[in-house]
Design a protein around this ligand. Structure first.
Ligand SMILES: Nc1ncnc2c1ncn2[C@@H]1O[C@H](COP(=O)(O)OP(=O)(O)O)[C@@H](O)[C@H]1O
Ligand SMILES: [Mg+2]
Length: 316
């Protein structure tokens, strides 16, 4: 009996940034969850030094590209700069291989929190009022009120600091500037943190997941979010108006940035309505991560979500 041929796909994890370990976890989970009767999965890893690996074997970049080209599709499960920012999409584009997720432009725009703010502003979607600083302009920035300092492009809260008083400012700027040449200084938004995922398909259909609230133990406290005390609540308790506002804003920003596949759109829900925080075009993707949990709550299993993402990009 001949076995029907399986579809060869590459799952790329790791990457050259502070989210390396998170990406390894996402990629391993994705590779494990792809149905082995349907997919022949090739696992590739990008080291923190940029070298590509196939298991223990180091692959020169040209060989890695050849492996990608031997696959019907690539799942670039690399969070952060030199991955999610469009770099991996660009590599796949140049190699002529189909890939899951956003293209070069959307990845780059969404990775850039300042560009995202400008796009949201043009759509009439609120974001935290903010200033863009570089190392030079940061030297003349004076503390006037509590702010959040963050790199323009990073992730997993690396380099993000709540500055409550003037004495904390310099260290916060240094931490953010260590990760990026450009830094955002934002007003502190007080609100519930609620995220939604948008799943788009090539035919233009869009599905918005149930909203997920990040619930922090005890009193609203920025530090608690970093301490691992946060929990997810799906669906987030929202009235119909607030839910529709979130869904419309998420869809508008997904389309304006030109996203593809799945993107997680993160908001603060304030008493004045939704405030967009950021868009993740390659969000955390273990089965316990937000996006898989949101779609699971809507009846789409982790394996089916992945299958849907891959099938959508496979050449006809
Ligand atoms: N302007 C802000 N006001 C209040 N909290 C913020 C603000 N910006 C970021 N945060 C908090 O910091 C966390 C990480 O910031 P975020 O911009 O999402 O960076 P990352 O890309 O690392 O996830 C957010 O989930 C939120 O809890
Ligand atoms: Mg975030």
């Amino acid at each position: 009996m001949t076995r029907p041929s399986r579809t060869r796909v590459a799952v790329v994890g790791g990457g050259q940034n502070c989210e390396h370990a998170v990406s390894l976890a996402s990629a391993a989970a994705v590779a494990d969850a792809l149905d082995p009767t349907v997919y022949d999965v090739v696992r590739l890893t990008i080291g923190e030094d940029g070298t590509w690996h196939d298991g223990a074997r180091v692959l020169p970049l040209g060989d890695a590209v050849a492996v990608l080209q031997s696959c019907a599709a690539v799942l670039p499960v690399v969070h952060g700069p030199r991955g999610e920012d469009g770099s991996l999409a660009a590599l796949c584009e140049l190699a002529g291989v189909a890939y899951v997720g956003s293209g070069v432009g959307a990845g780059a725009l969404a990775m850039d929190k300042w560009a995202t703010k400008l796009v949201a502003g043009a759509l009439g979607i609120a974001t935290a009022p903010g200033l863009l600083l570089t190392a030079t302009s940061a030297a003349t920035y004076a503390f006037t009120h509590p702010v959040v300092v963050k790199p323009v492009a990073a992730g997993s809260s690396h380099g993000v600091t709540l500055v409550r008083e003037a004495a904390e400012l310099a260290a916060a700027l240094d931490a953010a500037l260590a990760l990026d040449d450009r830094v955002l200084v934002e007003d502190v938004v007080v609100g519930r943190e609620i995220d939604v995922a948008v799943l788009g398909t090539a035919d233009g259909a869009r599905v918005v997941s149930p909203a997920l609230e990040i619930v922090v133990d005890g009193w609203f406290d920025f530090d608690a979010k970093y301490g691992g005390g946060a929990d997810f609540r799906i669906p987030a308790a929202l009235d119909d108006v607030a839910r529709t506002d979130l869904e419309q804003a998420a869809l508008a920003v997904y389309d304006a940035l030109g996203c593809a596949g799945v993107a997680r759109v993160d908001f603060f829900v304030t008493e004045h309505g939704p405030v967009l925080n950021e868009v993740n075009t390659m969000p955390g993707f273990t089965e316990q991560s937000q996006v898989p949990k949101m779609f699971a709550a809507a009846g789409l299993s982790y394996a089916d979500l992945l299958d849907r993402l891959v099938r959508d990009v496979l050449p006809a």
